[in-house]
Design a protein around this ligand. Structure first.
Ligand SMILES: Cc1ncc(COP(=O)(O)O)c(C=O)c1O
Length: 390
């Protein structure tokens, strides 16, 4: 094996999907993907709910996005000067998400969140960051003790408890004028409480810190303007990735002009941030998202999935403790890791790829029939496993 750990994307490791020591016969490599269906390298077909970890909201290989990407390839892929599509996409985003008055593009979500943190530190002249959720693999946000990360960095950011207004308020107040920003994922296994969100905005303003909403998973999914739109937030910076370009590598940090202008005072730059293909794909993906009212579709089919999972959890209370997430990105909670592993393995044998930890994602390519098919197979898998109903 030339790639340590099997693959360069941690959440796609066989054990991340199917648990340690997964038996042969389960899919480990994908050969092809289209719509909501994928084929592994043995030629087996699956109805997929992993959707490239939420990077695909329109379905795999959406024709309009592919067509735009092909045109960008034909135009030469990348050039010596920035393409006009960079400014055009920036304009499109500013219209759709008004807080994104100015933006900078990057390739990965981790880079874009790191850029937001850099901008916040530059704008405030402070160093401390409070963070909730996942922000990627880069040094600034790793938990204390992560091998290879300088110990000095662990002191510069602290984890914030999701949905705990009292604790959050006291952490922000005690850091006070040392706090540069609070960086949150707006959904961490459950929807945020409006009280928590309001506290974060009020308290960050009070101490002169910035509020950064990491919408890598929620952007163009919960609403066109992500969680910021759905929950009526007023952040200083927003970060988008994943669904932005429907699987092509692109992420963006954007926000208030005064903060974003700091990009000229510090150094945020990447050679391929301005290649043509992902920018073209994003422009097309955003167009489809608006024209087809994709977030509404995701809400509808996601609710069918979410409600079906909740009914399953009620039927098998000795194995399932409930449902996690929101309709557009949801999953089951299990009493034991082993129950989750057994369920997703059995489900794969029934032709459905389902995540046992983290979220399952619906897409424009998932219609009600596809979701119902998955729910029927989930019910069948529970019976195959002889889980006691009760
Ligand atoms: C909320 C959030 N932020 C940041 C990231 C990092 O994005 P990437 O894996 O593209 O670097 C992820 C990835 O899953 C994410 O979900």
């Amino acid at each position: 094996m030339r790639v340590p750990g099997f693959t360069s994307t941690g959440s796609k490791r066989p054990e991340a999907l199917f648990g340690a020591g997964a038996p042969v016969g389960l899919p480990v490599r994908v050969a092809r993907a289209r719509g909501a269906e994928v084929w592994d390298d043995a030629g087996c077909q699956y109805l997929d709910f992993l959707m490239a970890l939420g990077a695909v909201s329109l379905g795999y290989g959406h024709p309009a996005v592919n067509q735009a990407a092909h045109a960008a390839i034909d135009a030469g892929v990348v050039g010596p000067l920035p393409p006009g599509s960079e400014e055009q996409l920036a304009e499109q985003l500013a219209i759709l998400i008004p807080v994104m008055e100015r933006v900078r593009f990057l390739k990965t979500g981790a880079e874009a969140v790191a850029a937001a943190v850099r901008l916040a530190r530059a704008a405030t002249g402070r160093e401390m960051i409070l963070r909730a959720g996942y922000q990627g693999w880069l040094d600034w946000c790793q938990p204390a003790g992560t091998p290879g990360v300088p110990v000095a960095l662990f002191g510069l950011s602290e984890a914030l408890q999701f949905n705990d207004p009292e604790r959050g308020r006291s952490m922000i107040r005690s850091l006070a004028n040392r706090l540069a920003a609070v960086v949150i994922e707006p959904v961490v296994e459950e929807a945020p409480s409006l009280e928590w969100l309001a506290m974060l905005r009020e308290e960050t303003r009070r101490v002169g810190a910035l509020l950064v909403i990491d919408e890598i998973k929620t952007g163009f999914r919960l609403a066109v303007g992500g969680a910021t739109e759905r929950y009526g937030l007023d952040p200083d910076l927003v970060v988008l990735g994943k669904a932005l370009a429907n699987g092509f590598p692109l992420a963006v940090v954007g926000g208030r002009r005064a903060v974003m202008e700091q990009a000229r005072n510090t150094w945020i730059s990447s050679t391929l941030a301005t290649e043509f293909v992902a920018l073209a794909a994003a422009r097309a993906a955003v167009g489809v998202t608006i024209a087809e009212r994709v977030p509404e579709h995701l809400g509808r089919v996601g609710s069918l999935l979410h409600d079906g999972l909740a009914a399953l959890a009620e039927r098998y209370p000795s194995r399932l403790t409930g449902v996690t997430g929101v309709p557009e990105m949801c999953g089951l909670r299990f009493h034991s890791e082993e129950d989750g592993v057994q369920l997703v393995r059995t489900l794969a044998h029934h032709g459905v790829l389902f995540k046992r930890s983290a979220y399952n994602f619906v897409s424009l390519a998932h219609d009600r029939a596809a979701v119902q098919r998955a729910l029927d197979r989930l019910a069948q898998a529970c019976e195959d496993l002889r889980w006691p109903a009760g």
